[in-house]
Write a protein that binds this ligand. Structure first.
Ligand SMILES: Cc1cc2nc3c(=O)[nH]c(=O)nc-3n(C[C@H](O)[C@H](O)[C@H](O)COP(=O)(O)OP(=O)(O)OC[C@H]3O[C@@H](n4cnc5c(N)ncnc54)[C@H](O)[C@@H]3O)c2cc1C
Length: 470
């Protein structure tokens, strides 16, 4: 029996996609990577995942786990050999249970993040991971990339939100690690090893996630500022004044927001006159356990003091839930506007907050000196020290002109990130995009240990080859 016939016998013919049906799975969200696959398989449960992996291990067939295919580093895209099988987890989409006393929920890897948030809300709890792709990314992808998003400041990233995992190993065995324990010191932490491993060590099939009390009210404020230094000062003020109620603190260059309203005219920029032209904006979110009025009052005090001190030039504090959503929508539309405008070179980096202003200023200057006219598209999760420091083509450049500079731009930016003690991947992962850059910046002993771990857990090298490690 040939490979496709065997897979069809295992999963049913309608769950083995080839040719045109496989095309949406072989290209990434940004359309920067396109590969070919022998087939896309869609198992229904952990048993079928195990069968597929065991079969592929027996026959030396490379496997690419894929969730919502929203990753930004080409991690879920096969190479162009056509030898790999894409293992789509989308049919593993059951919420297996919610334990409100233990504040945990058990979900399958293919659950869409938004549906997990919704299920938690219906049980009177909060699952706090939140990011612009939440309508299509999956919990498995979130875990495999250790996703971050807009609430990390208060709740942590995916690694901090998962208590247990169920994983199919590269040999097809099932590791039943779905523990809902906050304390468990029984040896090496395999959970933390699989989280962030981008499908290169095994397939995550389910997870036990942490839940939190649902805030009674949320309020959002958009502040206009003159500099990144002022934004950092504001972060300190907000932390001191709002404590754990501060659940989001985003930084956006004014140009990014002006691009959003230009690309999507139905959205409104809530500032006019000189404030609308300022170079930097921050979006703050406050989660309150009393009421909307209370949330607003607390914001008014902190923001009022910052305006008086000259730290903030202008501010809009949302007066309704709808206005809060509209302000978030502006922020979340930045990557969409960026995509609309054309291809860009993305850097998802983390920098110590204390060195953020120095990094942006010196890197902007170095890029302009090397590539005059290049555009900076800078936004990110300032509260976590995470910037999306992207660059786009200059006004009169052809698209190809920017992409031709890609390698030089990456090296220039990443060298500066490294020089200020930062990381070249904050939350998007490595995938194929940053794989070759990794050894330049990571400690050689750390790289050697990573290679050893990979060779022990996946000795045949069938799990997502060519991603993360060379
Ligand atoms: C508009 C937009 C905004 C975004 N904003 C953010 C943000 O704020 N923060 C952030 O962290 N990310 C962000 N992302 C990136 C992306 O959404 C996340 O990385 C997301 O977690 C990927 O989930 P996915 O299901 O789409 O994974 P995929 O893209 O399908 O896969 C991503 C990686 O995980 C592996 N993988 C997927 N599922 C499994 C599994 N079950 N087991 C093992 N490996 C698996 C794949 O092999 C691949 O290496 C954004 C993306 C877009 C398009």
């Amino acid at each position: 029996m040939d490979t496709l016939e065997a897979l069809r016998a295992m999963l049913g013919p309608s769950h083995v996609l080839t040719d045109a049906d496989a095309q949406p799975f072989v290209v990434d969200w940004r359309e920067r990577y396109r590969g070919q696959a022998l087939a896309v398989v869609r198992p229904a449960d952990v048993g079928q995942v195990s069968e597929v992996v065991r079969f592929c291990a027996d026959h030396g067939i490379p496997l690419i786990p894929q969730g919502g295919n929203t990753g930004l580093c080409g991690g879920a895209t096969p190479d162009d050999s056509g030898a790999a099988v894409i293992l789509s987890l989308q049919r593993l989409n059951r919420i297996r249970g919610i334990d409100t006393d233990n504040d945990t929920m058990e979900v399958e890897a293919g659950c869409i993040l938004q549906s997990v948030q919704q299920a938690a809300r219906e049980a009177g709890r909060l699952f706090p991971l939140s990011l612009a792709a939440e309508g299509s990314c999956t919990i498995g992808g979130n875990l495999a990339t250790n996703a971050g998003g807009t609430q990390v400041l208060r709740y942590g990233n995916m690694r901090e939100l998962a208590l247990g995992l169920e994983v199919v190993t590269a040999q097809g065995d099932v590791w039943h690690g779905l523990r809902g324990l906050r304390k468990d010191n029984t040896g090496y932490d395999l959970r933390d090893l699989f989280i962030g491993s981008e499908g290169t060590l095994g397939v995550i099939t389910a997870a036990t996630l942490k839940l939190f009390p649902l805030p009674v009210a949320r309020c959002t404020a958009l502040l206009a500022l003159e500099s990144i230094e002022a934004a950092i000062q504001m972060l300190g003020r907000a932390r001191a004044g709002l404590g754990a109620s501060l659940t989001g603190f985003e930084l956006m260059a004014g140009d990014c927001l002006r691009d959003v309203v230009r690309c999507f005219p139905q959205q409104r920029f809530p500032f006019e006159g000189p404030s609308a032209q300022l170079p930097w904006f921050t979006l703050l979110e406050l989660s309150d356990s009393e009421s909307e009025a209370h949330a607003r009052e607390r914001f008014e005090v902190v923001v009022g003091e910052a305006i008086e001190a000259g730290c903030v030039q202008d501010a809009v504090i949302a007066e309704s839930v709808a206005q809060s959503h509209a302000l978030w929508h502006l922020r979340e539309s930045i990557p969409l506007a960026e995509k609309e405008i054309g291809k860009s070179i993305k850097h998802d980096v983390s920098i110590p907050v204390s060195r953020m202003a120095e990094f942006v200023e010196s890197t902007n200057a170095a890029l302009q000196a090397a590539f005059p006219g290049i555009r900076h598209v800078i936004f990110g999760h300032l509260g976590d020290g995470n910037l999306h420091y992207n660059v786009a083509r200059g006004a009169d450049w052809a698209e190809g002109q920017l992409l031709a500079l890609q390698d030089n731009v990456y090296t220039l930016v990443h060298d500066r990130v490294h020089a200020v003690g930062g990381s070249i991947s904050a939350e998007h992962g490595v995938g194929q995009l940053k794989r070759d850059a990794l050894p330049r910046y990571k400690d050689p002993v750390e790289m050697a240990l990573m290679h050893k771990i990979k060779s022990v857990l996946d000795p045949q090298g069938i799990m997502n080859p060519g991603k993360v490690l060379q």
